[in-house]
Design a protein around this ligand. Structure first.
Ligand code: SF4
Length: 344
């Protein structure tokens, strides 16, 4: 029998399983509770289920979908986890603590590799191998919950892969993570980050979900953006901004634009003014992130004076801007390197 990952089922899926096996509907809620509230790791531990149901569950589903191969970083600090999947493919998951707030954010992978090939990203250099299933994505969160001793507070889809290139499984995982009787990670604590896949932005606008959307811009004009992000050939900046406008109108939600500052590429005062022009009518936030050097990209971070000027230009124009230089952003930028090193 082809066994599925138990973490890939919505509560409705468990209810259907119980119905099919002539079990009352409340059993599905009990299983859900064991999975996501008590966080057990075997069906044997689900003590209030009849033995025959536990046996049927074990026949149909498996828990273990990720094997942890490597951890980089110490507890309490940013930690990168390298996982092996059932087919020996590798992914990375990052835990980013915010000690002052006492919270933890998990940065999830959504694909093995990525086909978008952004210039400064280790994950996109060798293309995409496959999508992760919702069960594998939720499995990342459950592994992190084991490391932390509890569920993470925030989830960001900013690891390996483009979440909108795996739309259905990512959205299914979001619904599992968000379920009020399970992990109950609030939708506003879940961020989907896209490199600019317009079709995904359009679909998300119709979902009625309160999740956060983050869009990587990295340049205020078509030419520079195309040189950094091949996605710009499919969805040019102009089309992307139209989709973002339509998204904010439809959902009344704020978009966060990510902008990696790269010396002599996209960091000039003129480019800051261009960015203001592009965003000034938007209800948005901007995250400026100094480039973290990666082997794959021959670029440098700007000096701090240049970054401050860029930041100030946006702030003076009334755009809510953050200039981040945290370990988290450094790790995020370098996400995919553990995997890249292993696959050579
Ligand atoms: S930055 Fe994101 S979209 Fe771009 S190549 Fe890397 S993983 Fe893919």
């Amino acid at each position: 029998m082809n066994q599925l990952f138990i973490y890939g089922l919505l509560l409705e899926g468990l209810e259907a399983f119980c119905k099919e096996h002539r079990q009352p509907a409340f059993r599905a809620k009990q299983i859900w509770d064991w999975l996501y509230v008590k966080r057990v790791s075997s069906f044997d531990e689900m003590k209030n289920l009849p033995a025959d149901l536990r046996a049927k569950l074990a026949d149909h589903f498996i828990f273990q979908c990720l094997e942890k191969l490597e951890t980089k970083g110490d507890p309490g600090e940013t930690q990168k986890l390298l996982f092996k999947l059932g087919d020996n493919e590798l992914i990375e998951t990052v835990i980013i603590p915010a000690p002052r707030r006492g919270t933890n954010t998990v940065c999830l992978s959504s694909q093995v590799g990525c086909r978008f090939g952004c210039a400064f990203c280790a994950s996109g250099q060798k293309g995409v191998i496959r999508n992760l299933t919702a069960g594998e994505i939720v499995g990342e969160v459950m592994e992190v919950a084991n490391v932390l001793g509890g569920r993470p507070d925030n989830v960001v889809f900013m690891g390996i892969g483009e979440p909108f290139d795996n739309y259905d499984e990512v959205l299914k995982a979001v619904r599992i993570l968000n379920h009020p009787d399970g992990l109950c990670i609030g939708a506003r604590r879940i961020t989907i980050s896209t490199c600019g896949v317009v079709s995904g932005i359009q679909m998300l606008a119709e979902e009625g979900l309160q999740v956060e959307l983050s869009v990587s811009l990295h340049a205020p004009d078509e030419e520079v953006r195309a040189s950094l992000m091949p996605v710009n050939e499919t969805w040019p900046l102009e089309e992307l901004m139209d989709a973002c406008r339509a998204y904010t109108e439809k959902t009344k939600r704020i978009i966060t634009f990510e902008y990696t500052l790269i010396k002599d590429v996209n960091d000039s005062a003129a480019q800051a003014r261009q960015l203001v022009k592009l965003l000034k009518k938007f209800n948005c936030r901007v995250n400026l992130i100094p480039l973290s050097p990666v082997e794959e990209f021959d670029g440098e971070r700007p000096d701090s004076e240049t970054m401050k000027t860029f930041f100030q230009t946006l702030e003076n124009a009334g755009i809510n801007t953050t200039l981040r230089d945290s370990k988290g952003s450094a790790l995020k930028a370098a996400c995919g390197q553990l995997r890249a090193r292993r696959i050579g």
